[in-house]
Write a protein that binds this ligand. Structure first.
Ligand code: IPE
Ligand code: IPE
Ligand code: MG
Length: 243
């Protein structure tokens, strides 16, 4: 294997991030929680640039979980507004940077305005070749699995699929992430060490990294550290490493 190939393998193809700690950051700075979310958008810009420059091809960001609807209405509204504003405002820059945007999550709970914006950003950025940015918005991994199982059951009932032919691929191809490879590296900021209903099926062999830094303080340097940690890991997939 050439050095170049080794270098390629040291770069994760798909990085997924649970962007956590906006509320604590706001509190630390004597601000309202929503201001933490606003500060978090700047981290998204920085990390997107760093990921593209570092050769990452897929970047998934957990922006809003299905459970997050249970937060105070004013915070939920502020997040929805911020999402819409960012989607509209950033689209030209994303197109320029060659970024394709895909949204995963259940759309039925969004207002028609949010659904239209999602459709539009996906359409407008469709040609992006440099990096695919996946935004998990109203996402729940268990719900995703339930929907996949319902879809598979319908296909069986219609006679398109036999139960004994269900394979791992059948399931992967029935998920919202069907066109996206499994994450190689999952980062969660703010020191929390849990998945909170994120990519449960897809994470089976992902590497995990839990920096203490809060999401609004996460920058290119922190992202670089995460890539370094990833490069030092030995992914064995249940096998034995050759000496
Ligand atoms: C993550 O930051 C953003 C969302 C969940 C939308 P939090 O809002 O969870 O911040 P903390 O965990 O309260 O600090
Ligand atoms: C997970 O963070 C969801 C997002 C980052 C969008 P939360 O802050 O909602 O998760 P818990 O409540 O700490 O598990
Ligand atoms: Mg949190």
């Amino acid at each position: 294997m050439s050095d170049n190939m080794l270098k390629q393998e040291a770069i994760p193809q798909h990085v997924a991030i649970i962007m956590d700690g906006n509320g604590r950051w706001a509190k630390q700075h004597g601000k309202e929680r929503y201001e933490g979310h606003i500060a978090g958008v700047e981290s998204v810009r920085r990390v997107l640039r760093a990921a593209a420059a570092g050769g990452v091809k897929y970047l998934t960001l957990y922006a809003f979980s299905t459970e997050n609807w249970g937060r105070p209405a004013a915070e939920v509204e502020a997040i929805m507004e911020l999402f819409c504003k960012s989607v509209v405002g950033e689209t030209p820059e994303l197109v320029k940077q060659g970024v394709r945007v895909q949204i995963i999550g259940e759309r039925s709970r969004f207002s028609s305005r949010v659904v239209e914006l999602i459709d539009e950003i996906e359409r407008t950025t469709e040609g992006g070749q440099r990096l695919t940015l996946i935004l998990a918005f109203n996402y729940s991994s268990r719900r995703e699995l339930v929907l996949a199982m319902q879809d598979i059951a319908h296909r069986i009932r219609k006679g398109e699929l036999a139960a004994e032919d269900i394979s791992e691929e059948t399931i992967s191809e029935s998920l919202m992430t069907r066109t996206i490879p499994d994450p190689d590296l999952i980062i969660r900021t703010s020191g929390e060490c849990r998945l909170s209903n994120f990519l449960l099926w897809q994470a089976s062999y992902a590497e995990f990294y839990f920096p203490e830094v809060l999401w609004p303080d996460f920058d290119e340097v922190e992202f670089g550290k995460a890539l370094e940690v990833y490069a030092s890991r030995d992914r064995r997939y249940g096998l034995v490493t050759e000496e």
